[in-house]
Ligand binder design. Structure first.
Ligand code: GLN
Length: 185
């Protein structure tokens, strides 16, 4: 059985652990380099990316995380997608650059910042997606495969071993996103 580490510095890591277990993986919470080294893949959960970034720097986990991503799969949800991006705007902040995407934080604005939307999965049915102060993916590189869009913008994408969603599948009763990540390990 594959072990998926959930970065547990901040944000909704518990729901991801449950979703991974339900999808057939083993989930462990990751707060140290040593815990990271026991994982076949990692999930960066939703939360507040600027806070997560500060905690990663404080715990000296930023470089180990980048090194992990150079060898093994990482899946970033919402704030986690912001951390994986190449360029971040609104406001600009440091990121890992492991996926060739650019994101705008809080791209949907304040009034309509959270919603549930039905996504069309290109012939694979629909997915009920929970968006919470989500970023908008403004650019995807040529190697990036878009798996779902909302309002014309990519909301689920992958590039090689890495994957991002700007919505929160750990809050829906639909295991397809987590199962797809397990298949990458
Ligand atoms: N708005 C948050 C950020 O910019 C992301 C929100 C989320 O992860 N649900 O980091």
């Amino acid at each position: 059985m594959k072990t998926v580490g959930i970065l547990a510095l901040q944000g909704d890591f518990e729901a991801h652990a449950k979703a991974i277990e339900k999808a057939g993986g083993r989930a462990i919470e990751v707060r140290t380099r040593e815990e990271m080294s026991r994982c076949d893949g990692l999930i960066l959960p939703g939360g507040e990316s600027s806070t997560m970034l500060k905690l990663l720097e404080y715990e000296n986990l930023l470089d180990p995380l980048r090194a992990f991503g150079e060898r093994k799969p990482i899946y970033g949800t919402c704030a986690g997608a912001i951390l994986l991006a190449k360029e971040v705007t609104h406001p600009a902040q440091l990121s890992l650059g492991l996926m060739d995407i650019d994101v705008e934080r809080n791209g949907y604005g304040r009034q309509i910042d959270s919603r549930i939307a039905k996504l069309d999965l290109n012939g694979d049915g629909t997915f009920e997606a929970v968006f919470i102060r989500a970023p908008i993916i403004r650019r995807v590189g040529g190697d990036v495969r878009v798996l779902a869009k909302y309002n014309g913008d990519p909301v689920w994408a992958e590039q090689g071993r890495h994957m991002v969603t700007t919505f929160h599948p750990e809050l829906s009763d639909d295991g397809r996103v987590h199962r797809r990540f397990l298949e990458k390990l």
